[in-house]
Every structure is written in structure tokens, then in C-alpha cells.
Ligand binder design. Structure first.
Ligand code: ATP
Ligand code: MG
Length: 250
């Protein structure tokens, strides 16, 4: 298996004395769909930013798609991000006044592909997220769920090694949120590697792996689907309980 994410002893201290992450060890293999859960302020977004190389850790090592982040300059990190990581945020972050097609094509800006090719790829990505008939719509002409699908299309159009989503259903009603999660499950089934932050325990329970943070530390890392019909737990392989930074991620 190919390791897409490897964090070892990652600690993040912010100015002002906040320790947002404490000696986090985390491994994500190619094809995994991982939920990051935990209370508000537990460090979920900080973790996602570090995994996505938007931020660097204070201590510890970060390896993404085979690259040691510490060895790269900021410029090299931007290139790594552009080529290997796709981001989806709660608030969509689409460019206003620009068509869905061009919003998605923006995900290929650093690819060196000519504009016509980027647009064709964008149309294909929009078709994959069920929006072939909305390519010409601008963000304000789309529903919330559709905006998030456009954002997901933009994130995956460059076929990144890793898709990171921070509360992608947080701004959506239940039905749109479920369809966005369904889309992530479909992308996962097609081979994408995905880490998704969620507050929603029902959403989290349907994910094949859940990493739980508390006060910046990984306190649980469970593999195995929790059945939503049958009573009782299906025993799953556990990555191991990691408390206070001790323990290993097998
Ligand atoms: N730029 C920053 N400067 C200083 N402290 C920060 C910064 N960003 C986050 N923090 C602090 O780090 C801790 C973790 O924040 P983080 O945003 O990772 O939490 P979270 O788990 O994503 O919470 P939420 O569920 O509310 O989004 C919090 O205590 C927060 O106040
Ligand atoms: Mg957050």
C-alpha cells in the first residue's frame, strides 16, 4: 500500500500559548476514507491544514505523497499542494460571478494545460459530480448543495493524491449534506484518498475509519464500519488507541 499521509509527533503551538496539536501520529494509506472528529477547538482544522501543507508544524514530521514537507521551500510547498492535494471547505469558496466550469477549471491553473483543455476537464469533473447541466451557471445561480459539488469537482479535477474536506456539509440542509457525503463515498469507491472533518456523528459513523481528537491529541482511531441497522458493533481492525501522544499507528 502507498502511504499518502505520514505524521509523526506533530505538535502545533500558536502564538499566545495555545497548543492546538500534541504529538499527533497519523498515517493514511492510499484509498482510505477517514473521518476526523472531535469537539470544537480540539484541533481538527489545524490538523487538516498541516496535512494539506497550508501550515507547518512546530515540532514533528509531515510526509505527504512521499514528500518530506520540512525539506521544501514555501514555493515548493505551493507546487506540492497544487499537484497533490484538493481542498473542500464548509463555505465553498467559489469565485463569484464566474461559471461553474471556470471555477472548476481553476483547479487546473497550475497544471500547465491550455485553457480549452482545462475547460474540457472541468466539464468532465462537473459531469462526475452530477452537474453536467449546470456548467454555465454562476455560484449565485446554484443551490448550496450544488455549490459544494462544484467545489468538490474543483478539488478533484486535477486528480490529487489526497482530498481534504473541512465540514463540507456544515452549511447544508440534511438532504444536500447527505448527497455531498454520498458523492465523497462514490469518489472513495473510485479510489480517491479522503480525509473529512465532521461534527455530525451520523455522518462519521458511516465512514470506514474515524480519528478522534481531544485537546489536540488523537484519543481514538477506529477502523470498521459501525452498522446503522443491526444492533451491536461489528468488530473492526483498530489502528490502536493513542492517548497523550503515546502509542503507535499500526
Ligand atoms: N491562527 C491561530 N492562532 C491562535 N490560535 C489558534 C489559531 N487557529 C486555531 N487556534 C486555536 O487552536 C485550537 C484548535 O483550533 P481548530 O480550529 O483546529 O479547532 P477545530 O477542532 O477545527 O474546531 P471547530 O470544530 O470549532 O472548527 C483552538 O483552541 C483555537 O482557538
Ligand atoms: Mg475547524
Amino acid at each position: 500500500m502507498t502511504r499518502v499521509v505520514g505524521l509523526t509527533g506533530v505538535t502545533k503551538e500558536y502564538a499566545g500559548g495555545v497548543t492546538a496539536l500534541r504529538e499527533v501520529d497519523l498515517t493514511v494509506e492510499e484509498g482510505e476514507l477517514v473521518g476526523i472528529v472531535g469537539p470544537s477547538g480540539s484541533g481538527k482544522s489545524t490538523l487538516l491544514h498541516i496535512v494539506g501543507t497550508l501550515d507547518r508544524p512546530t515540532y514533528g514530521t509531515v510526509e505527504i505523497a512521499g514528500f518530506d514537507v520540512a525539506a521544501l521551500s514555501d514555493r515548493e510547498l505551493s507546487a506540492l499542494r497544487a499537484r497533490h492535494v484538493g481542498f473542500v471547505f464548509q463555505a465553498f469558496h467559489l469565485v463569484p460571478g464566474v461559471s461553474a466550469r471556470d471555477n472548476v477549471a481553476e483547479g487546473l491553473l497550475y497544471s500547465g494545460m491550455p485553457r480549452a483543455v482545462r475547460r474540457r476537464r472541468a466539464d468532465e469533473a462537473l459531469a462526475r459530480v452530477g452537474l453536467a447541466d449546470r456548467a454555465g451557471h454562476r455560484p449565485h445561480e446554484l443551490s448550496g448543495g450544488q455549490k459544494q459539488r462544484v467545489a468538490i469537482a474543483r478539488a478533484v479535477v486535477g486528480e490529487p493524491d489526497l482530498l481534504l474536506a473541512d465540514e463540507p456539509t456544515g452549511a447544508l440542509d440534511t438532504a444536500s449534506g447527505e448527497s455531498v457525503m454520498e458523492l465523497l463515498h462514490e469518489l472513495s469507491a473510485a479510489g480517491a484518498t479522503i480525509a473529512v472533518i465532521t461534527h455530525d456523528t451520523e455522518v462519521a459513523d458511516r465512514l470506514p475509519r474515524r480519528v478522534r481528537l481531544r485537546d489536540g491529541a488523537v484519543v481514538e482511531d477506529v477502523l470498521g464500519r459501525v452498522p446503522d441497522r443491526v444492533g451491536g458493533n461489528v468488530p473492526g481492525r483498530a489502528h490502536g488507541l493513542v492517548a497523550g501522544g503515546a502509542g503507535a499507528d499500526a
